[in-house]
Design a protein around this ligand. Structure first.
Ligand code: GLN
Length: 190
């Protein structure tokens, strides 16, 4: 099983470290040519969604990745990655892949003071550490999107078909369960 990590900008290296701990092979996506190598799953890391969106277009990677996600490639998207997947944004004119039928709110906790840590349940997983950094949350979802976690009544984790999208940064904590959940998703689709 090989997991590709989008490595244009942001916290991609931390995801690779976790994948290695879990014994999964990984590769970095930095340019169009990297997309021709086969891989079974994709991680869209946190960072700046505007910068990532721009680089995806500049490097001609956008369409091909969008196509792969649309046609069922398992994806784990964290923070800015969630913004890249969202169909709509309530406070930003930009949208990107639009494969996830949710309405996202960017920098939803404020720009400067928006970083915090909490521990909450996530899907069937108990007491998951959650680090939020200028994070988005999800304001609303279509009926067929499964809500996995809420913090203070705001949705911070969802699953829709092949897409697992979360507001916080599991790669910055030492708990491996969310990545393991994703690898199980990849396993069951292959
Ligand atoms: N604030 C960033 C954005 O809007 C997301 C922050 C993050 O990925 N930690 O793209």
């Amino acid at each position: 099983m090989k997991i590709a990590v989008l490595a244009l900008q942001g916290a991609f290296y931390e995801h690779e470290t976790i994948l290695q701990k879990l014994g999964a092979d990984c590769m970095e996506l930095r340019k169009k040519e990297d997309l021709s190598e086969p891989f079974n799953g994709l991680i869209l890391p946190g960072g700046e969604s505007t910068a990532q969106g721009k680089l995806l277009r500049e490097f001609n990677m956008f369409e091909s990745l969008q196509d792969k996600i649309r046609t069922g490639l398992p994806v784990l998207a964290t923070c800015a990655g969630l913004i890249l997947l969202a169909q709509q944004s309530s406070n930003d004119e930009h949208t990107y892949f639009k494969t996830l039928p949710v309405m996202v709110r960017r920098n939803a906790y404020g720009r400067q003071l928006g970083s915090f840590h909490t521990v909450q349940d996530f899907g069937g997983l108990k007491d998951i550490p959650m680090t939020f950094i200028r994070a988005p949350y999800i304001e609303s979802v279509r009926d067929d999107v499964e809500i996995l976690a809420k913090v203070n009544d705001h949705i911070v984790g969802v699953r829709y078909k092949n897409q697992l999208a979360i507001s916080f940064h599991p790669e910055l904590d030492s708990d491996l369960r969310i990545h393991r959940m994703f690898l199980n998703m990849v396993d069951s689709q292959n």
